[in-house]
Design a protein. Sequence first.
Length: 187
Amino acid sequence: MSAPPELPELVVRALRMSLLQGYVQASRTETGRLLATLAATRTGTIAECGTGCGVGAAWLRSGAPKATRVITAELDPQLAHGVITMFADDDIDVMHADWSSLAQHAPFSLIFMDATSAKGWPREEIISLIDEGGMVVLDDFTPCPTWPPLDHGRVDTLRLDWLSDDRFTTVDVMVADDTSVLVAVKK
Ligand SMILES: C[S@@+](CC[C@H](N)C(=O)[O-])C[C@H]1O[C@@H](n2cnc3c(N)ncnc32)[C@H](O)[C@@H]1O
């Protein structure tokens, strides 16, 4: 992918924390660049389900306009409190909580569903959390040129359902040879 090698300082800090903690689930840089670009178009509140070591939140904050709020929730206490400390002065609100607690801060202009339980959450409930024109972002899909989309030889029903839901305009973006990201915009 053509992109400048330099990373935003916030992202570098979060990646350093991932390295120190031996945390391997951090968002990839290709996904992060997409998150930052989408965030750049947003006003209001951006939410992330599953903070990890803060890499996704760092990309979202790096891209979002100053007045846009970024809020993220993490269930694991050690991770959550580590990121709260790391981002204490960075205008990122970190909650140590189940991601469903984010609902009290809805509606969202973008929600990044990056915890396994969030990814499979009923779309009816997700739709109630976002503004008209709001975006839902889901990552870590295996790129697939066929319809219906397949994953390891089986129909990828999660991706199929998102791509077929008439309440959203959705695209499957291949951000690298081996990974794709769904971006669904509420009509
Ligand atoms: C894929 S990782 C997140 C990576 C992070 N968003 C990033 O961009 O680097 C998923 C995270 O979700 C957290 N998690 C799992 N279940 C959760 C829940 N119910 N509520 C909040 N966080 C949860 C896990 O502890 C894990 O750190």
